[in-house]
Write a new protein. Sequence first.
Length: 344
Amino acid sequence: MLRKRIKINPALGLLLVHLAIAGCQKEDKKTVTDTKKTVNDSIKTTSIVQEDKIDYHNFNIYNISLMSSAQNNELADVFISVSDIYTDPHPIQEDILKQKGIPFEQLQCLELDSKHRKKMIDALHLTEDDSLYLFNYELNTLQKIPINQLKAVAYLSPYISEGEEIDPESYMLGFQIEANKRNDIYDQYNNVIAYFGNKNPFIEGKMQAIAWKKAGADIAKKYFTHSKLKPGNTYQARYENLTYYMQDYLEEEMVTERKLVVFNDHNEKIFEKTITTAGSDGAEFSPLNGIEADQANYTQWTGYLFKGKPPVIFGFMTQSFGCPSITFLDKKEKDFTINCDNRH
């Protein structure tokens, strides 16, 4: 069965899904630890935090979803889907799907029984003693929630309509963080990345929105080579001891490609990347911070995000299919995909 894909929010952090929620409404109290730290820009890119060494083998990060009720769209559940990773063909108690006469609304959200909860946690290589880490890289806030305080749930895909056949693959599997919250909770979970494990992998206070400024023709000539495409605007930005240069390339007066190069203070090129919509299925360029988007809608971010890793950069593309990824400013490092359960 081909799984439908959900279109994600242009920002990395949050997916808003409209659903008629029933059966998962009750909110359990959970132990939450919040930490806040101020930004310290004095650390140079040669100083990478090494404390709490993280095992990046089979490392997974996740997007946050708001599951909003079609009957009362002012309320929403906060949810993390792990279905990109957890693909068991029998993830839920299927006996409920075989029963006749159950209202469609009651099938919208199911709490997993202990057997299926354990199967999901085991498949994710987690234990009940591990924690969920929620890091808001914009606000520099970290939440730590024990997994044993989270409800394991299955939400029916919003692309399943009443009267259609429902099977286990119709559900998004994962953990409910909060329930019955007003939709303004979006701001709290925007620009948030989630991780499950026994150590916090995130570096706090070292991320910032990229502040693009238009650059002159001398920058374009100095840092970018000739292209078959027509050159457009040139931009530049700074982060600590790094300078970012980006060049637009046009086809029929539309930006179809962007080239990014990054230099250190010794004028050594440490990274380059071509960002293009060619060959993508509905992907679009995200608005550039400070140029096409105001401060409330920044999408490009850079800085240190993961312990023991080089700085990152992301937020240049809005995906229609698939999930966004985080790029390291080091060619030796593979991108980290943010699992988002983007089914249509």
